[in-house]
Design a protein around this ligand. Structure first.
Ligand code: MIG
Length: 837
């Protein structure tokens, strides 16, 4: 590799110039796509030739999903996408009609696309003829023939808010923001920095309709979704430049986007269901991966790892996973061990496993250029590395020094790389953590930490060459999928090597569809209150971008949290889908038991709460596999008719039934909580009832996470365990939230493997109607018995619970302070109860 050691000042100047010269300003070469010249009918839509020479295909991808493809030079590329889950697709018939001015396509359910001919403009209408989204007539689809850039602009109604876009260090709604997709290693990213690690060009638009006539059959919030599937550097201007429009575009490739109308419901739920039908869902993770995870850069040597594990068990702080960061390797060579620090990995991993800990190790993409290193030698011999513009092996500097990089856009390279996981699996490693896969590289040997956020040299040169799975292309084209394809290599490799186990993969970079392969963490955050606050909109928006298994480094990766900040962070994160503490080398210890005895108790309680609720959390993961709904949900996702939820970003829902309102401000012991309209909520700790559509100030002493359960719900819980291995056979306690009728269900299977796909699963449905409580079961899996009912929110005079219609249950226990009536059930308890007030 040419060593390009530019003086810092020059780098900074180049960076500023680069920003200033970014497109959008000089529009001289831009051309509108023009008028419709000819129409070619297809079963699912039309292909249009436009006067600029561009061609557009407007088709129905599904009844309520419209696809627009626009090739500026008139020739469509191969129809291939890394985002779209490969599966057989039915063709959706479109009814096509033409007039002098318009072409209109309708699907069976009445969703309609109206295409204006002069110039080419698209409007999407719902089955009742109302506009969902339309092009801005002042800015038709356009392209720049010199640079290859493409762009589309839609009208933006007042008060339309936007969510999703994957991982952004931004507030809940992204209206009036300008966003860029270009995966970037952004150590210690400040709020607002963009882009960061992930590129997901999907968003959900939500619009409040104000007071509508009574005849209005829809809820007052209407949603639709848009996914721009283009792997080049893309941008989205969501009403920043002009509030009445939004624009999205890319530096190359086709305009290729989908509009999700949300069907008749037009709800966020429906939009996300359709988006995840297209790009896939996260399969059920192994149960242990839902446990508490502990990481650090790095725990070494082996004695330190054992000491940390012991620390958890001795302080009775539950945990399931321990991580090994880069220092376990021999000179940062992936798939090797530092034999001094870790003389006997299988022994260590086996001992940890017997103590209930799984081991996860980090695997980076950089392969040290070293002829004595078998991975490099074999990769070179197989031609598996990314090439430079001349076709020679591309080299860049990362942790090991000079490295070559597997071309994960090649199936052969993916398989080759994945084959090395075999050894680690044999050693007992349970999961893998793919880092630095933006890909990030260092500016030089002397700047080990990438300290300039967006310098173009922080990744491969734009003209480096990739195989592109049969569509060879430059790094400019494939940069944004590199990380996802690495995670895919890992996931698919593990599936093959261990067909009976569910893989656990964690990745930093990704593209739309990453959820099929991996969990995602939000990279190098900071130990600050602001980053704690930011973690909620970041994670919730990842969830509605189709990525459910997400978490942030608890306590903040860089810097040192105060004991209070760490405790509040752990509370806030306790019920997030992926729970992991992680911290930078050189920082103070970040184990939950390392902040003094008082905080050890507080932190233990946060983790215990998670373990109590694991049966519920697991059920919510299962729900994701069925509907695409996220595990961690922003309030508006469930309550789109309540516009007071639209900008809420310091509360979240776990599934449908739990509302979490963490404290994210220093020194505070109360906070305001908004209860979304449409349900009543019961305080988890006091049993106090709050009506939907109201706000209340609640007590939040340092040892309490404000938590509320939806009236009418039934939530499966279990006794505290030290790790998921202790769950087997433990009876469940069903928390029955009083105060409304309702139906909830929870899901059980063995927590590992694939028997659940062959009938080894069970769903339990719990119905509360008036005084009746019924439990119904579906499925063959022999799950755990309900050992007790816990009626929450029962008030001062507790009811009596009768088995069936008559026999009163003995041994009831009433806890007035927590508004709970605990009713132990005999082994042969029936499935119907009467609750007599
Ligand atoms: O250049 O592996 O985001 O979690 O501890 C830093 C060392 C590389 C960045 C990851 C961080 C990890 C660290 N890595």
């Amino acid at each position: 590799m040419k060593k390009r050691l530019l003086p810092e000042i020059f780098i900074t100047a180049a960076f500023i110039l680069l920003c200033a010269a970014w497109p959008g300003e000089a529009r001289a070469a831009w051309r509108a796509v023009g008028d419709v010249q000819s129409v070619e009918r297809r079963p699912d839509g039309v292909v249009l030739t436009l006067t600029s020479g561009a061609r557009a295909a407007v088709t129905f991808h599904d009844l309520e999903v419209i696809r627009v493809r626009l090739a500026p030079r008139g020739a469509f590329g191969r129809d291939f996408s890394y985002a779209v889950e490969p599966k057989d697709r039915k063709t959706v018939a479109a009814k096509i009609s033409e007039t002098r001015d318009e072409i209109s396509l309708s699907s069976l359910d009445g969703t309609t696309v109206v295409i204006r001919r002069r110039p080419f403009l698209i409007t999407v209408r719902d089955p009742r003829g109302r506009t969902i989204v339309e092009d801005d007539p002042a800015r038709p689809h356009a392209f720049d023939p010199e640079t290859g850039e493409v762009e589309a602009t839609k009208l933006r109604p007042e008060w339309e808010t936007y969510y999703g876009f994957g991982e952004k260090a931004m507030p809940m709604s992204r209206h009036t923001q300008h966003l860029v997709m270009w995966n970037t290693d952004t150590y210690g990213y400040p709020r607002g920095l963009d882009p960061i690690y992930q590129s997901i060009g999907f968003f959900i638009a939500l619009r409040h309709h104000g007071d509508l006539p009574r005849a209005e059959p829809y809820p007052r919030g209407h949603a639709y979704g848009l996914f721009f599937d283009n792997t080049h550097r893309t941008h989205f201007d969501m009403g920043k430049t002009a509030p009445h429009r939004y624009t999205f575009g890319a530096q190359g490739g086709e305009l290729n986007y989908y509009v999700f109308t949300g069907g008749r419901e037009r709800t966020p739920r429906r939009v996300l269901q359709d988006y995840t039908e297209l790009t896939g869902r996260t399969p059920l993770p192994p149960l242990w991966a839902l446990g508490n995870q502990q990481s650090r850069w790095s725990y070494f040597p082996e004695a330190r790892v054992r000491e940390v594990a012991r620390g958890f068990r001795e302080t009775r702080t539950p945990a399931d996973v321990i991580y090994l960061d880069i220092d376990y390797m021999d000179g940062y060579r992936v798939f090797t061990w530092d034999k001094t620090r870790f003389p006997d990995p299988p022994k260590l991993i086996g001992d940890l496993r017997r103590d209930g800990f799984r081991t996860v190790v980090i695997i980076d993409p950089g392969i040290k250029v070293d002829m004595n290193y078998h991975v490099y030698r074999e990769g070179q011999a197989g031609g598996h590395f990314v090439k430079d513009e001349k076709g020679a092996e591309f080299h860049g500097t990362v942790w090991p020094g000079t490295c070559a990089f597997p071309d994960f856009t090649s199936a052969a390279a993916r398989e080759w790389f994945a084959s090395y996981y075999r050894r680690h699996l044999e050693e007992g490693v349970a999961g893998f953590w793919n880092d630095m896969n933006e890909p990030g590289i260092f500016l030089s040997e002397t700047t080990p930490k990438p300290d300039i956020y967006h310098h173009p040299m922080k990744t491969f040169p734009l003209d480096a060459r990739h195989a592109g799975d049969g569509e060879p292309g430059t790094h400019a084209r494939y940069h944004n999928v590199y990380g996802m394809q690495m995670a895919r290599a890992t996931f698919e490799g593990l599936r093959k090597l261990r067909p009976d186990e569910r893989p656990f993969v964690l990745t930093r970079a990704g593209y739309a569809g990453i959820q099929r392969f991996s969990a995602v963490w939000t990279g190098d955050n900071v130990a600050s209150w602001d980053h704690l606050r930011l973690s909620i909109p970041m994670l919730a928006n990842l969830g509605v971008s189709g990525v459910p298994f997400v978490g942030s480094d608890v306590g903040g990766f860089s810097g040192n949290p105060s004991p209070e900040l760490y405790a509040r962070w752990l509370q806030a994160a306790a019920l997030t889908p992926f729970l992991r503490s992680h911290s930078e080398a050189g920082s103070n210890p970040h184990e939950p038991y390392s902040f003094g005895p008082r905080f050890t108790d507080i932190n233990r309680a946060s983790i215990e709460l998670r373990y109590r609720l694991l049966p519920y959390l697991y059920s919510v993961f299962r729900e994701h596999t069925q509907t695409g709904a996220p595990v961690m949900r922003p309030l508006w996702f469930e309550y789109p008719a309540d516009d007071r939820t639209y900008l809420n970003e310091d509360q979240y829902l776990v599934g449908r039934d739990l509302l979490v309102a963490p404290v994210v401000t220093e020194g505070v012991t109360k906070r305001k909580v908004y209860f979304p309209r449409g349900d009543a909520w019961v305080d988890w700790w006091t049993g106090k009832r709050y009506e939907g559509g109201t706000e209340a100030e609640v007590e939040a002493p340092l040892d309490r996470l404000p938590l509320f359960a939806r009236a009418g719900a039934a939530i499966p819980t279990q006794p505290v365990v030290q790790h998921t291995g202790e769950m087997v056979g433990l009876p469940l306690t069903l928390v029955v939230v009083r105060g409304a009728d309702g139906v909830s269900s929870f899901y059980e299977d063995s927590g590992e493997g694939y028997e659940h796909r062959r009938g080894g699963a069970r769903t339990t449905e719990v119905t509360q109607r008036g005084n009746g409580l019924d439990i119904a079961r579906r499925g063959d899996y022999r799950g755990r018995r309900v050992g007790a009912l816990e009626l929450l929110g029962v008030g001062a005079a507790p009811p009596r619970v009768l088995m069936g219609g008559d026999i009163a249950l003995a041994h009831e226990r009433f806890e007035p302070a927590s508004g709970r009536l605990v009713v132990p059930l005999p082994v042969d308890a029936p499935v119907s109860f009467t609750i007599v007030p």
